[in-house]
Design a protein around this ligand. Structure first.
Ligand SMILES: *[C@@H]1O[C@H](CO)[C@@H](O)[C@H](O)[C@H]1NC(C)=O
Ligand SMILES: *[C@@H]1O[C@H](CO)[C@@H](O)[C@H](O)[C@H]1NC(C)=O
Ligand SMILES: *[C@@H]1O[C@H](CO)[C@@H](O)[C@H](O)[C@H]1NC(C)=O
Length: 323
């Protein structure tokens, strides 16, 4: 018997709001999870005057919620509402395909109570190999003021609904502009993950066993533990902040990527950054910022781990680039 699915009815579905909270210690732990080094005082030393909460921190909140302890990952993944019109997805065949964050207001070091993440489905598309779901999450304070807007895309391999190339999207992040193929990057930032990188990153809230038990990664064909994609995401954000933003975390106003290949803890990374120009006047709220395109390569495999990168940055005075 064939079941009827109505993919269009999922688009716009609003999930229950998720209460979230954090303290300064959580933000410092996140900083080392994304590879901040001992002299990166603007990220890891809350006593230094250069310190400010690293702006990509909200990506962990849907995992962390309000917990001040380890989160049960399986329970987290099977909890929550299912959007209407969609087939049941196999949790073992879902991959995080893309992530972006737009920073609208600087985060306080300590949230206090009453903060929430509001979530809705903004895109569904189907192709021969599966179904892509795009979600929007907004971080709001107790008065409803929006601090950050996030989009994440997940690809559900093998999922089937209509057998057509259905596609509907009501919102999404700005897309990356391709730098000219023959133009060398304006900045190259090399960095090193450590063998303990995933052990550290998980303390921010994503306790998926894939990132600590080598047997799981072996069975999935990764040859062992892989690093959280969102840790690599943070390495990329740190690279853009250090190259373009003069090391000031507050310089970063938008950051988005596609996840294109895994990174193993211990692999070296290289972020190649091209200056595109001023953020277009068609983008609200980002006047005076500089748009950059970037990719983060895994030096160990030669593969691009973060592709189609786009960031908006308040370029620091004296920082050299194309323009
Ligand atoms: C997207 O939202 C739907 C509905 O709330 C939820 O079932 C799904 O797990 C979410 N996907 C991601 C990747 O957050
Ligand atoms: C379907 O979409 C996914 C995610 O964008 C992509 O990786 C895959 O190659 C697509 N498959 C086909 C057959 O187009
Ligand atoms: C869906 O798109 C693919 C790639 O563009 C194409 O080859 C295929 O024929 C399309 N399928 C349908 C059912 O339209």
């Amino acid at each position: 018997m064939s079941q009827q699915y109505d993919l269009a009815s999922a688009v716009g579905f609003q999930d229950d709001d998720q209460p979230v909270s954090w303290n300064q210690r959580d933000i410092l732990i996140y900083g080392v999870g994304i590879g901040a080094k001992r002299d990166d005082f603007a990220i890891i030393n809350g006593l230094d005057k250069s310190w400010t909460p690293f702006p990509t921190y909200p990506v962990v909140l849907p995992f962390k919620g309000t917990s001040q302890d380890v989160v049960n990952f399986r329970q987290l993944m099977t909890g929550g509402k299912r959007a209407p019109g969609l087939p049941k997805f196999d949790p073992n065949r879902g991959v995080h395909g893309s992530q972006s964050i737009e920073i609208l207001k600087p985060l306080p070091a300590v949230s206090g109570p009453g903060w929430k993440v509001k979530k809705r489905v903004v895109g569904v598309s189907e192709n021969k190999s599966g179904i892509i779901l795009e979600n929007e999450s907004t971080l709001v304070d107790p008065h409803g003021t929006v601090y950050a807007k996030l989009f994440s895309g997940s690809f559900n391999l093998g999922a089937k609904a209509t057998g057509t190339n259905f596609s509907k999207r009501i919102a999404g992040p700005p897309q990356a502009k391709q730098p000219p193929k023959d133009r060398k990057p304006d900045w190259v930032v090399r960095d090193q993950t450590t063998p303990e990188q995933a052990v550290l990153y998980r303390l921010s809230g994503d306790y998926n066993e894939l990132h600590i038990n080598p047997a799981i990664g072996q069975a999935a064909g990764f040859g062992g533990v892989i690093l959280h994609g969102l840790s690599t995401f943070g390495f990329g954000a740190r690279a853009v902040v250090s190259a373009v933003g003069g090391g000031d975390p507050a310089s970063l106003r938008f950051f988005g990527v596609r996840f294109t290949a895994p990174v193993r803890p211990g692999d070296a990374l290289e972020t190649l950054i091209w200056e595109i120009g001023p953020v277009g006047a068609d983008v609200a709220g980002h006047a005076g910022e500089t748009e950059v395109a970037f990719v983060t390569r895994n030096v160990a495999t030669g593969k691009v781990a973060l592709g189609a990168g786009v960031a908006y940055v308040k370029k620091a005075a004296g920082v050299k680039g194309k323009l």
